[in-house]
Design a protein around this ligand. Sequence first.
Ligand code: A3P
Length: 293
Amino acid sequence: MEVPPRPELFDFHGVCMLKQFTNNWENVQNFKARPDDILIATYPKAGTTWVSYILDLLYFGHMDPDRQTSVHLHERVPFLEFCKPSFPTGTDLADKLPTIPRLIKTHLPVQFVPISFWEQRCRIVYVARNAKDDAVSFFHFGRMNSALPEPGDWSTFLQGFMEGKRVFGSWYDHVNGWWEKKQTYSNLHYMFYEDLIEDCGREIDGLCSFLGLSPSPEEKERVRTSVTFDSMKQNKVTNYTTIKTLNHTVSPFMRKGKVGDWKNHFTVAQNEQFDEDYKQKMKNPDLKFRFEI
Ligand code: A3P
């Protein structure tokens, strides 16, 4: 079978994007959010799938056991800006979602989020991951996902990451833009992948108090054990093994799930160059990432 060529990034209002995320732009921008919608926003590879599944289980884990084994996470939590021929668009999937609340995922930088989410004062969960591990995870994702541009070798990929030449633009702009939004928009819960790794139960508690949920200790424990890396890697509704553009033999989607794997990829010179550049771009002293725990 012929393999389709990898897509190319292009400049979209100053942000590197792919056509599959801008093709449906008018519908995305005009999307009608409802007040009880919950938006899960992330830069790619920050733990989107993990937090999406936590929220799905917190809201709907006690319901219909068939749903738990047969409805894939990407159908439960539509990807708002996704639009590819022969697939339903993210906006259509979201419009048709039967659940209340609707859980919706996006990788958009904050300035691209449809206005209705702000107007309706929707709750938003933003997940951020330290730049070094994010870059490593993104590199391997690029290798296994034929719907993304060719990642090149590690040093080429890292250079592009530092220059913001990755889909959804610059990691630095993304995490800073959302952080700034949090200062004026109180319905935004900003969380970190590293904190989830350190103590998932504590982070679930934080999510529950943000969302106004009070699961029983048993329910909470059931969510916690269902969202471990190993459980989600084994679970066909969360491990993305059914998605055709993903080649898990190159690198599994559920790859390592660790903090600090960057140390196995960065050379000493790359690390020094990265740190220097990082200092220039990450001037806000309140937004701090942990590169190891
Ligand atoms: P790695 O490639 O470092 O393993 P996203 O869902 O935003 O695309 O992020 C994917 C990253 O989150 C991958 O990182 C994946 O392994 C990790 N991940 C997904 N579920 C996880 C879990 N339950 N525990 C820890 N890491 C998880």
